[in-house]
Design a protein around this ligand. Structure first.
Ligand SMILES: [Zn+2]
Length: 146
């Protein structure tokens, strides 16, 4: 039988994960930045272990590790807004700088910046959606239970 050694993969996991007698309501909630970072890594904002998504953008119904129900933490179109905002701050200055210094043909600009916009947005979207869900989860921890 192999010796039980602590996992080195999750250095930020709370020791409370190993205490089955404590419920999550007794564990101090993660800070805003912890929840944001866990979500950005596409992990559950409460425990930081379970996968947040079961597909590209489909949120798990509940965390496979701690059982947090994800349904109340809907991010709607906020991740798309922030993704477009970030990619736009890369594409627009890049396009303008290329135009000013190299003045390429229009088709060259389109061939460069349309794929950068499309794939940059699609690549960022799951990370930003996770971070937004983490922020929403953390913001609801301060409100008293209804
Ligand atoms: Zn969890």
């Amino acid at each position: 039988m192999p010796a039980m050694t602590p996992s080195l993969a999750e250095p930020t996991a709370e020791p409370a994960m190993n205490l089955p007698t404590r419920s999550w309501s007794q564990v101090p909630p993660a800070t805003f930045w912890m929840a944001l970072k866990r979500g950005f890594r596409r992990h559950c904002p409460r425990c930081g272990r379970g996968a947040l998504f079961k597909g590209y953008l489909t949120v798990n119904e509940e965390c496979p590790s701690c059982g947090l129900v994800m349904e109340p933490y809907r991010s709607d179109d906020v991740p798309a807004y922030f993704s477009i905002l970030l990619v736009g701050h890369i594409v627009v200055p890049g396009l303008l700088a290329l135009e000013k210094f190299a003045h390429p043909a229009e088709w060259v600009q389109l061939a460069i910046w349309l794929p950068v916009t499309l794939f940059g947005t699609l690549a960022l979207l799951p990370f930003i959606k996770g971070a937004v869900i983490g922020a929403i989860w953390r913001s609801k921890q301060d409100k008293p239970a209804a």
